[in-house]
Write a protein that binds this ligand. Structure first.
Ligand code: PLP
Length: 495
């Protein structure tokens, strides 16, 4: 059954999956959404016998219906290979009765690798299928992890260039070092004076600039997006929820068709939306537990039905979740508005203009699959400490936010269903915060000394991604104002 993609903001004619991947964002500023949610054509018992790559194929083929079997399997094979430090790709660790689904075993040790190791291949395949001759310019705003994962994914991929903007003072030292040491002649990294939302807004403006698009076309370039608004990122993220479920089934941690809860540390709402799609497809998931840090716009939204970004932006120890505009929420809003693009557009316009919108009571009723809560900085730090003390398992700050919120959820609801917690970053990526949480005696140590100590106390090997940047030279030192972003892109392209 063919799945086509509609815009969330107008009733344009739907596009094929490969076209949606190429475009990233619809012309009207809307996001692409599948016109129907497919259902599994394999049983969970069948899927339980498969490798990660095989499960990926079974899930993705249902969404990317204009890809041939050979094309899709080719993309999957290039993505989920030895770039990951385990054949399982997404292993599960049990601690305090919860299942931590470790999504950080890829090239840049954060969950963005799950999708960004395959996106370049989906994109270049899509370009071929659609006879695109232009060079594709990936434009990305990052709160830290997307940037490096996208750079790693696209570096030296023929027919592509990549520009990454990050908030100069809004990412961890290791995140910054990972990005500014990126190799590849087609890569360009720029720090901006501003926060992540400024970077994301700037990128969206460049995307929406039709004069620029025409000029680019003339010069043989076209933009695409590696941000989580691209359907080519969303679809691969559905895979690991299915994989986690069938793995728990295979290991007899759950029984056939038993419901689980899923806990997701949330920023742009992409990861949890993928879990929502998995549930819509028929995966036995009960609650989708949306965990925020002190930038708790989503928690307030789930409580009140009002999304209000007019508030102070808090810099936290979980920077990849320091977000006040969760772009992917638009896909959920569109859905609970009865797939009505006009109603959705009205709300998104209100968000653009006044920074706030309120959904109707009718729409709010459709949010019952979700539970939202948040963790303060203090709670997050305490969780890392407490989990390490009681189990020896070390989690990063983002995962700790989720873990905290899960504790609150259990306390509040007494719901004891098995829970999968999305573990979105390696503790090695946020070594300083993690080690300080475990013991203040680490306060004065150098970053890489902390890395070695973390390896000792967690009894885990230092990931390759970290070893590599110990000595890597800085290759990018561009910094600009948020008003200069477009100029920076043009400079890089030499146009
Ligand atoms: C991106 C990211 C998140 C947030 O995921 P969204 O899909 O944006 O909600 C959480 N944790 C880490 C480590 C991330 O890199």
């Amino acid at each position: 059954m063919e799945v086509l993609y509609n815009s969330t903001r107008s009733k344009q004619s739907p596009v094929k999956a490969s076209e949606a991947i190429l475009k990233g964002l619809s012309k009207d500023g809307g996001l692409f959404v599948p016109d129907k949610i497919p259902v599994f054509d394999k049983t969970f018992e069948e899927l339980a016998e498969m490798t990660y790559g095989q499960v990926a194929y079974e899930v993705m083929k249902l969404y990317l219906t204009d890809f041939t079997e050979e094309e899709l399997k080719g993309c999957i094979a290039k993505a989920y290979d030895s770039k990951f430090d385990t054949e399982e790709i997404a292993p599960i660790t049990e601690a305090q009765g919860a299942y931590y689904l470790e999504l950080f075993h890829g090239a840049t040790i954060a969950f963005k690798d799950m999708a960004l190791s395959i996106l370049p291949h989906l994109l270049t395949t899509s370009a071929k299928k659609n006879h695109v001759k232009n060079e594709i310019v990936i434009l990305t705003a990052t709160s830290g992890d997307t940037g490096k994962a996208a750079l790693a994914g696209f570096a030296d991929v023929e027919g592509t260039r990549i520009v990454v903007f990050y908030p100069k003072n809004g990412v961890s030292p290791i995140q910054e070092k990972q990005m500014v040491t990126q190799k590849g002649n087609n890569t360009y990294v720029v720090g901006i004076h501003g926060n992540f939302d400024d970077a994301q807004t700037g990128v969206k403006q460049i995307f929406g600039d039709s004069n620029l698009a025409a000029y680019m076309e003339e010069k043989g370039f076209q933009f695409s997006s590696a941000n989580s608004i691209n359907i080519g990122r969303l679809v691969p993220q559905i895979v690991y929820y299915v994989y986690a479920y069938v793995k728990l089934l295979k290991e007899e941690k759950i029984s056939s068709r038993e419901q689980i809860n899923v806990v997701v540390p949330t920023g742009n709402f992409g990861n949890i939306l993928a879990a929502f799609y998995a549930k819509q497809m028929g995966l036995p998931v009960d609650k989708l537990i949306c965990a925020s840090n002190e930038n708790k716009v989503l928690y307030d939204f789930f409580c009140s039905g009002t999304y209000d970004r007019n508030r102070d932006f808090v810099l936290t120890s979980s920077p990849s979740m320091d977000i006040l505009i969760s772009s992917n929420l638009e896909r959920l809003i569109y859905r609970i508005a009865g797939n009505d693009p006009d109603k959705n557009k009205e709300l998104m316009d209100a968000l653009n203009q006044g920074g706030v919108y309120t959904i109707t009571d009718e729409m709010k009723k459709h949010l019952s699959d979700f539970y939202g809560n948040y963790a303060s900085e203090k709670e997050t730090i305490e969780k890392i400490h407490e989990l390490y003390d009681s189990t020896g398992y070390v989690i990063d700050t983002h995962t700790a936010v989720a873990s905290c919120v899960y504790d609150k959820y259990k306390e509040e609801t007494k719901d004891v269903k098995p829970a999968v917690i999305a573990s979105t970053a390696s503790p090695y990526k946020f070594t300083r915060s993690v080690m300080n949480a475990i013991d203040h005696k680490y306060d004065t140590m150098e970053d890489f000394e902390l890395v070695d100590r973390l390896s000792e106390i967690s009894k885990t090997e230092v990931p390759k991604a970290i070893e590599e940047i110990r000595t890597a030279p800085v290759l990018h030192n561009h910094v600009c104002e948020k008003s200069e972003m477009k100029q920076m892109v043009m400079n890089f392209l030499g146009i």
